[in-house]
Design a protein around this ligand. Structure first.
Ligand SMILES: Cc1cc2nc3c(=O)[nH]c(=O)nc-3n(C[C@H](O)[C@H](O)[C@H](O)COP(=O)(O)O)c2cc1C
Length: 187
């Protein structure tokens, strides 16, 4: 008997709710808010203590996470449009701000936090083909290839990564207000 092929289904997020998670310096989950647990499809016990790539979607290019880690390890924030995978195989798109909490004495990260909100449809439509292209390049020539492509892409647009993402996400003001408020609560 043939098994039914699972259909990749998109979870549409509540635009009013936010998803927060925290990790230790190695990216091991130490905290997730209620919406993170609900949307991921895992129980809290299944999430805590696991590497954050538990929700990694194969459609996400490696280079985006490299960019993110390079930044937060230095204590700098970064925003990204991320496609995440839920336990049941469905996926959801979020605008995520990654942030590090640094030890003021050693200047080393002590923890990391990610704040997420539903990604605007337009941001998804812009990023999806870029991520497809980056994945294709990574299959052929690894992350060096995708890094070079991304660099060229941004140069052509005359923008830094941050400028480009701010444009893609659109209502930058709203996201800024939101992420600032979240940091006060969870940072
Ligand atoms: C605070 C924090 C939040 C993260 N959130 C996500 C996330 O929502 N989705 C994701 O795929 N990776 C997330 N990551 C990155 C993962 O740790 C990992 O680098 C990424 O999934 C790539 O996995 P890989 O190294 O196995 O390819 C997060 C990392 C940190 C520090």
């Amino acid at each position: 008997m043939q098994r039914p092929v699972p259909i990749e289904k998109e979870k549409i997020l509540d635009p009013k709710r936010y998803i927060v998670s925290k990790t230790d310096p190695k990216g091991i989950i130490t905290y997730g808010n209620d919406y993170f647990v609900e949307i991921s499809g895992y129980s809290e016990a299944e999430l805590i203590g696991k590497p954050h790539n538990i929700i990694r979607h194969p459609d996400m290019p490696k280079i985006i996470f490299k960019l993110m880690w390079d930044r937060i390890k230095k204590g700098e924030n970064i925003m990204a449009v991320v496609k995440n995978l839920a336990k049941d195989g469905s996926y959801y798109w979020v605008v995520t701000e990654f942030e590090a909490q640094m030890d003021p004495l050693t200047n080393e990260p002590v923890s990391y936090t990610a704040f997420r909100k539903a990604a605007p449809r337009k941001a998804i439509e812009t990023m999806e083909p870029i991520y497809k292209k980056l994945i294709e390049i990574e299959k052929e020539s690894g992350m060096e290839g995708s890094e070079a492509y991304l660099k060229g892409f941004l140069e052509e647009k005359g923008k830094t990564y941050d400028e480009f993402i701010n444009d893609v996400v659109g209502n930058k003001g709203i996201f800024k207000i939101f992420f600032t408020a979240m940091k006060k609560l969870f940072g």
